[in-house]
Design a binder for this molecule. Structure first.
Ligand code: MCN
Length: 773
């Protein structure tokens, strides 16, 4: 039986090769000078003193890159304006040119013999700025007279889009017996993967090839984006990422630094390496969320949802980045009615520019925001109707019998049994005895709250590459090497892909080795994102292994001197039917080198999947300190067929803890002058392993018919489910003390303040009534 993961030994003994572990002959080192102001015109850059510093070989500015013809990093949303016009332009260059638009924006690249020399020289670089007024929030950025960031985007509005069916939704609201509303703020977070960003650019003049070693989640899209920046065909760019210490969505796009490093490498004729710091993660990595949203439900007299309306106002930061454009459009509308049987849904979204760090994908990529908006609203509706939140959900859920279920606006749920998933979670959470636990907490002076979320999300179908290529080679010792351009940054693909191939070829898992994105292989694959790698690339691996088995039939027949129709394959053996004459597949591969190798470039269609689940949390707040503890957490999820239970459980734990971090601890905060106040771990609190107490992960699998594995994605569901479940629990506890509205983060200070202000209000109001608003 497989214990742990195949990659664990290498990881735990420090043998992983991360970007900073790579060294190329003749390499120089880079330091990026970053803007210390949120909005300013660059009047001039004085390079002379910096160039005189020991070891310095070049100082490169945005003007140099523009002169060399480098283009902006592409970033188009898959949506248009309501009137059909295109998204407004807010383009990001590889180094700021003429204007800086956020603190931390790279302004110049210093290249020197050592990293310390490059950093020292930065002190001598003179950047002459003329400050411009800055704006930090989406609401203020749209106001008349607000500072304008990009000439092509009046009112700082990049896109104002709609989704769903507006007429049907208006009709549903017109006949509603009751309308329930909720507004909320989804705060800004900083991604913070364990490995700070690093990259090394190099250029091979003989082959005319650019190489970028980078901490990336997707060598495929990165390659496309860099080819656009450099103005060369994608075949001229190779992206290498052997080990990547976390991605969480923020390691997806081509960052400005990468174009600048590749330019420098070619110009200087030597590799240029940059290893970022944690401070640069805060100031240079994309951030996420920062979205105000409001939602409304139209209800009939029996508590059935007739229609839904949502409005999102997204702070995109200073530039539109590729994943930011996708997650703030498609990510907010793709599963617009959640698990509920509602056809009248309308969504409006606005993407707004501000002088903050650009926002992009972050685990869940829009779905946690949509799920938070809907699932909090659903809880609010149940409360206003005086109904049990589980009962309200049950009444409105899409029944399993209605699958496949077409959503208004396009997508189709292929499978799912939402009620069965919820029932399992309810029973694991001992739902019915909650009031007893609440009373017990009260005797300890604690406010206990319970919250649930019945979430659903869409995992990516994989439109970034035309197909997922799988190259499978047999080694001389009969082991197998799998090669792909989609790689793992913590998800355990080495293990799960080996399992998939092992199940078909019938050879042991530890005889199969996954290699990703080696410089000499020119492979095509989708990125590791949107929780699609298992069902997308995993399916390709499955088909490829099946094709190898098929290809081996005639070879085995020849080897066994039999007719091919008499050969059968089972558990790694080719056998003449009804006899004990057989040959193992690995033996056959060794005997006929290369004959069973396969470059699988098949393009069978693998669509999106729709993982879903019911998460139930209980929290206890100490009103004296504002401290909130998660005392129990049940996650019951349908991720279809599970390939590796341990990994799936780990993904869920990680996702739930990440969601809890966002709800309770994390927040990226700017002051009014445009400085990021939370620029280090001293002021930005990350979740720790013990944050989610009493976590139980269970599953209720409904395999999907859309891929041969029956698997749905799992990598992000923990975040999508946990954020609304936890906030519903916090709200339940707060309401018992009279607080009616509260936004994340539920930090002790903010919770304490909310409870204090409520107390003050109740005590001082002559007509004050606990529970009134
Ligand atoms: N799996 C399985 N059975 C299933 C579904 C998945 O055994 N039914 C396994 C897969 O084989 C894989 C893992 O679970 O080993 C996650 O698979 P999948 O859901 O396909 O997600 P991806 O591999 O595409 O990973 C991307 C996803 C995303 S989008 C983010 S963000 C994220 C996440 O994964 N970032 C992570 N999990 C992360 N985990 C770590 N440690 N670090 C990150 O940065």
């Amino acid at each position: 039986m497989l214990r742990g993961r195949l990659e664990d030994d290498r990881m735990l003994t420090g043998r992983g090769r991360y970007v900073s572990d790579w060294n190329l002959a003749g390499q120089a080192h880079a330091y990026f000078v970053r803007s210390d102001r949120p909005h300013a015109r660059i009047v001039g850059i004085g390079k002379e003193e910096a160039l005189k510093h020991p070891g310095v070989v070049a100082v490169i500015s945005g003007q140099d890159l523009v002169d060399a013809g480098l283009k902006p990093i592409p970033a188009a949303a898959p949506f248009k304006w309501k009137d059909g016009s295109e998204q407004r332009q807010a383009q990001r260059l590889s180094l700021a040119h003429e204007v800086v638009r956020h603190v931390g924006e790279p302004v110049a690249l210093i290249v020197a013999g050592t990293a310390a020399q490059a950093q020292d020289a930065a002190e001598a670089l003179v950047v002459d700025y003329e400050d411009l007024p800055a704006v930090m929030t989406a609401e203020e950025a749209m106001a008349p007279g607000a500072p304008q960031l990009h000439p092509g985007a009046p009112r700082n509005l990049v896109l104002d889009f709609v989704g769903g069916d507006e007429a049907a939704t208006n009709a549903a609201f017109a006949k509603a017996a009751k309308v329930v509303k909720l507004t909320a703020y989804h705060s800004r977070v900083v991604g913070n993967p364990m490995e700070p960003r690093a990259a090394m650019g190099s250029y091979d003049p003989a082959k005319d090839l650019y190489y970028l070693h980078a901490t990336t989640q997707g060598v495929g899209p990165m390659r496309g984006q860099l080819s656009a920046v450099l103005g060369v065909p994608p075949e001229k760019v190779r992206v290498v990422a052997e080990e990547v210490g976390g991605g969480f969505g923020v390691r997806f796009n081509a960052y400005p630094e990468y174009g600048a490093l590749l330019y420098a490498a070619k110009k200087l004729g030597r590799p240029v390496k940059w290893v970022g710091t944690r401070s640069e993660v805060f100031l240079g990595d994309e951030q996420a969320r920062d979205i105000h949203h409001s939602g409304e439900l139209a209800l009939d007299k029996e508590g059935r949802i007739l229609g839904m309306r949502f409005d999102y106002l997204s702070n995109m930061g200073a530039y539109v980045v590729f994943t930011g454009a996708v997650v703030n459009t498609l990510g907010l509308v793709n599963v617009n009615c959640g698990v509920y049987d509602v056809q009248a849904v309308h969504v409006r979204g606005r993407l707004v520019l501000t002088n903050t760090i650009p926002t992009a994908a972050y685990r869940g990529a829009g779905r946690p925001v949509a799920s938070y908006s809907l699932e909090r609203l659903v809880d609010e509706a149940a409360r206003e109707l005086g109904m049990d939140p589980a009962e309200f959900r049950r009444r409105n859920m899409i029944p399993a019998a209605k699958m496949p279920y077409k959503l208004v606006g396009g997508f189709e749920y292929d499978s799912g049994d939402f009620e069965a998933v919820m029932n399992k979670a309810l029973s694991a959470s001992e739902w019915k005895s909650f009031e007893e636990r609440r009373k017990k907490s009260k005797t300890k002076g604690r406010l206990r709250g319970r919250g649930m979320a019945t979430y659903i999300e869409m995992t990516a179908p994989g439109g970034f590459a035309p197909h997922d290529q799988a190259l499978i080679n047999w080694e001389k010792d009969g082991s197998v090497t799998l090669r792909t351009a989609s790689h793992n940054h913590g998800q355990g693909h080495e293990t799960t892909f080996a399992q998939i191939v092992s199940a078909v070829l019938g050879i042991p898992v530890d005889r199969i080795r996954l290699r990703t994105s080696e410089p000499d292989y020119n492979l095509v694959a989708n990125p590791t994102g949107g929780s699609r790698t298992l069902h997308g690339l995993g399916s390709a691996m499955h088909w490829a292994a099946q094709e190898i088995v098929k290809n081996g039939m005639s070879l085995a027949a020849e080897h066994l001197e039999s007719a091919v129709q008499d050969i059968e394959f089972e558990a790694g053996d080719y056998r003449i039917k009804g006899t004990d004459r057989k040959v193992r597949i690995d033996e056959l591969a060794r005997t006929y080198p290369g004959k069973l190798d396969l470059d699988f470039t098949g393009r069978p269609k693998v669509g999106a999947t729709f993982p879903n689940g019911c998460h139930i949390a209980e929290v206890e707040i100490d009103p004296e300190t504002g401290e909130c503890e998660i005392v129990s957490y049940i996650a019951c999820d349908d991720v279809g067929t599970i390939i590796n239970h341990q990994i799936v459980e780990g993904q869920m734990q990680g996702g739930v803890t990440q969601g809890a971090g966002h709800i309770f601890l994390e927040q990226g905060v700017y002051d009014s002058s445009g400085q990021l106040l939370t620029g280090s771990f001293m002021d930005y609190a990350m979740p720790r392993a013990g944050l989610v107490g009493g976590l139980t992960v269970t599953d209720h699998a409904v395999p999907t018919p859309t891929n041969p594995l029956g698997a749905k994605g799992v990598g992000e569901g923990g975040v999508t489910g946990s954020m609304p479940a936890l906030m519903n629990a916090v709200m339940d506890a707060l309401r018992s003390a009279g607080v009616q509205h509260f936004d994340m983060p539920a930090s002790p200070r903010r919770l304490w303040q909310a409870l204090q202000s409520r107390r003050t209000k109740v005590e001082h109001s002559p007509v004050g009534k606990v529970g009134s608003h």
